[in-house]
Write a protein that binds this ligand. Structure first.
Ligand code: SF4
Length: 270
């Protein structure tokens, strides 16, 4: 039986054809492509992961900002490859490198000495069974609030745009994490679980907790989506969805809808 990751579900929602290329045909792009925004985001995530792993291991040790920034630079250099591409006009590799550094410096300043919570795990895998369908995801950080004793699920975003609150409230990822974390840490069930989205570029945090009723509605939503995906697979019917996101699509060179659309910039606001 297929296990659906959160990114697998969201790939289908963004473009069913790219879902087919990626997950069913397992096509390796002729020209490997990683957008530099995603590269910078994953480098920041790894640096934060290092910070909290170290803090969990040595809670009484001070962690300096210089150490975190050095780690960021090391990870950046080790993982950099020619497959990482800058798409946005007027931007250079160095601009993104510095953006990541600033994000980490701001986060460090706002959260040190990192004692508001006790970290239980970083990059924790959760597996949820919803009406017989398997769904999995990775939580950036699970912690317990030292003041309230509540379980906290921290998710770090490096997106350049702030979301609408309504979008976050309806976000499936949030609910999935909440369901998974409660299951994985039953000793904290009584206190329920808060989900905190950190929009790092803006120094903004959004905190939510879904009721059981809301969680059940999300579960139904996920089941509906998986059934739509399985029906598409059965009918071999995956429609392309041309949008601004095609600029970052690793399959654009073989996508008929993309080539038929001519110059995307002629009719899309990019
Ligand atoms: S180029 Fe656009 S329409 Fe084509 S597969 Fe990629 S995201 Fe979908």
């Amino acid at each position: 039986m297929t296990t659906y990751s959160y990114s697998r579900l969201s790939t289908f929602e963004k473009c069913p054809l790219s879902y087919k290329y990626k997950y069913l045909d397992k096509i390796k792009p002729e020209i490997p492509f990683t957008g530099i925004e995603a590269f910078m985001g994953s480098t920041v995530h790894e640096a934060l992961e290092y910070l909290y792993r170290r803090q969990k291991k040595m809670p009484n040790d001070d962690i300096s900002l210089i150490l975190i920034l050095d780690k960021y630079e090391t990870i950046w250099n080790e993982n950099w490859s020619e497959d990482v591409k800058v798409v946005k006009e007027g931007m250079k590799k160095e601009d993104y490198f510095l953006q990541g550094k600033k994000i980490l410096a701001d986060y460090y300043t706002n959260h040190q000495p990192f004692n508001a919570e006790t970290t239980l795990s970083v990059e924790e895998r959760i597996d949820v069974n919803i009406e017989g369908f398997k769904v999995m995801g990775f939580i950036d950080r699970v912690a317990v609030n030292n003041e309230t004793g509540n379980l906290e699920i921290h998710d770090y975003k490096t997106s350049g745009r702030l979301p609408q609150i309504a979008d976050l409230q309806n976000d499936r990822q949030l609910a999935l994490y909440q369901i998974g974390a409660r299951k994985k840490h039953p000793e904290y069930n009584e206190n329920d679980a808060d989900v905190i989205y950190h929009y790092l570029r803006f120094n903004e945090e959004f905190r939510f907790r879904k009721t059981d009723e809301e969680l059940n509605a999300v579960k139904k939503d996920i089941v509906d989506l998986i059934q739509t995906i399985e029906l598409s697979s059965w009918e071999n019917n995956f429609k392309p969805c041309v949008s601004n996101l095609c600029r970052w699509c690793e399959f654009s060179s073989l996508c008929p809808a993309f080539s038929q659309s001519g110059r995307l910039s002629d009719h899309l606001s990019i």
